[in-house]
Design a protein around this ligand. Structure first.
Ligand SMILES: [Zn+2]
Length: 413
């Protein structure tokens, strides 16, 4: 079985490092640069899949940690994989689960073998190894899957960053070897001893985490179709020497694409841009580059200018649920009293369905009254704004006006 994910560069900007490409996956083509909305638990909160399609979403990110705990990756596999389960026949990327474990503070401890953690749902104990993270993502059936890495907080000492870089490298090797074994047909003998450990040491066995399977059962036609592509992750914080060391080690292993991890974790924006550019420059030009967890619409433009192709961020959806919307005139906080009698749309320059139909005063009323429609409409607008920003970025790369687009974005409030 061959990997069906491949990347095609179709345009480069002359003045910056920006590029436009086509990311071919088993479930369709993604035009890059692209923004992936975050569908944490198999749903982009508040949006139906129909609506996501109408918004022009080409690829979703789903969180392995959440789907593993509930409803369980085996359940999703039995139901034909995540695409079928959530009725999203388009590309999906899953993360390794590691970042969630660390960011939800449910972290038990990081060992050479993997990460012990407690479920935020019921406190049950679980173990995520590099192999296990790949196995779970194969069961989910995403088009692109990620290696387990260790992302440390900002600021961290050189020693901490170095330890995380080297552990990330060793884990990447194990993930790659395990993934290769699945690709070459060895995927019927998986689940080694590592997966048995959490069961024996778990104080409270979780109903959401069934005993590890002796092996995968026969794959469904969908999962046969979708041999996932594995992306490696470069760590190293804001230390250029460690970024280089990490990039060289990960590239030597060879992945279908490369992610820049460990940024947007609290470092100053100028450093984030600088390290994104520095790291992107180290990566192969012919493969996709994915900057994890970034950022604002302006960040997208700035990082495309530095050679990044793929982004994901909870910002448009999370901000929407907190009644904060992105507009061409800057951020707008819906609950602000000054919108109580404002008949204008959220963003007069936005042609989205929400801006065409509803006023700021109505949206503010919904928000103050705690109506669920407030979050739904704000999410629709914010996603439209992000996707539209990406479409404009891509078009400007094609017509040689990207630098001009960037300078316009920089002068926006
Ligand atoms: Zn709008």
């Amino acid at each position: 079985m061959t990997e069906r994910v491949h990347f095609e560069l179709v345009a480069r900007d002359q003045a910056t490092r920006a590029r436009a490409g086509l990311l071919h996956t088993p479930h369709g083509v993604v035009e890059t640069p692209a923004f992936m909305p975050v569908g944490t638990a198999g749903t982009v909160k508040g949006m139906t899949q129909d609506e996501l399609e109408r918004l022009g979403v080409q690829m979703l990110l789903a969180n392995t940690y959440h789907l593993y705990l509930r409803p369980g990756h085996e359940t999703i596999r039995e139901l034909g994989g995540l695409h079928r389960f959530m009725s999203w026949p388009h590309p999906i990327l899953t993360d390794s689960g590691g970042f969630q474990v660390m960011s939800l503070k449910s972290l038990g401890r990081v060992t050479e073998d993997g990460i012990w953690f407690r479920s935020h749902l019921d406190g049950s104990s679980h173990f995520l190894s590099p192999e296990r993270a790949v196995e779970i993502q194969w069961a989910l059936g995403a088009d692109i899957i990620m290696t387990l890495d260790e992302c440390v907080e900002y600021p961290s000492s050189h020693e901490t960053l170095q330890r995380a870089v080297r552990l990330t490298g060793r884990w990447a090797r194990r993930a790659k070897e395990f993934h290769e074994a699945q690709v070459s047909g060895g995927r019927f003998q998986v689940s080694g001893q590592l997966e048995m450990q959490p069961q024996s040491q778990s104080a409270a066995p979780s109903p959401q985490s069934p005993a590890p399977s002796p092996g995968f059962s026969a794959p469904t036609p969908d999962s046969l179709l979708a041999t996932p592509a594995l992306f490696g992750i470069v760590q190293g914080g804001v230390d250029k020497g460690l970024r280089r060391e990490s990039a060289e080690e990960i590239m030597e292993l060879g992945f279908a694409g490369y992610a820049i991890g460990g940024l947007s974790v609290g470092e100053p924006k100028a450093e984030m841009y600088e390290l994104a550019e520095y790291t992107a420059d180290l990566l192969p030009a012919h493969l996709p580059r994915y900057l994890m967890g970034v950022g604002t619409p302006a960040d997208l433009a700035e990082c495309v200018a530095r050679g990044v192709d793929l982004f994901d961020c909870v910002m448009p959806t999370r901000h929407a649920r907190n009644a904060s919307v992105f507009t061409s005139e800057g951020n707008l906080v819906l609950k602000n009293a000054r919108y109580a009698r404002d008949p204008s749309p959220l963003d007069p320059a936005c042609p989205c369905a929400v801006c065409r139909r509803y006023s700021r005063s109505y949206l503010r009323h919904l928000s103050v009254a705690g109506e669920m429609l407030a979050a739904i409409l704000a999410t629709h607008h914010n996603l439209y704004f992000y996707l539209d920003t990406m479409r404009k970025i891509r078009q400007s790369v094609f017509c040689g006006r990207f630098a001009e687009f960037c300078s316009r974005v920089r002068t926006q409030p």
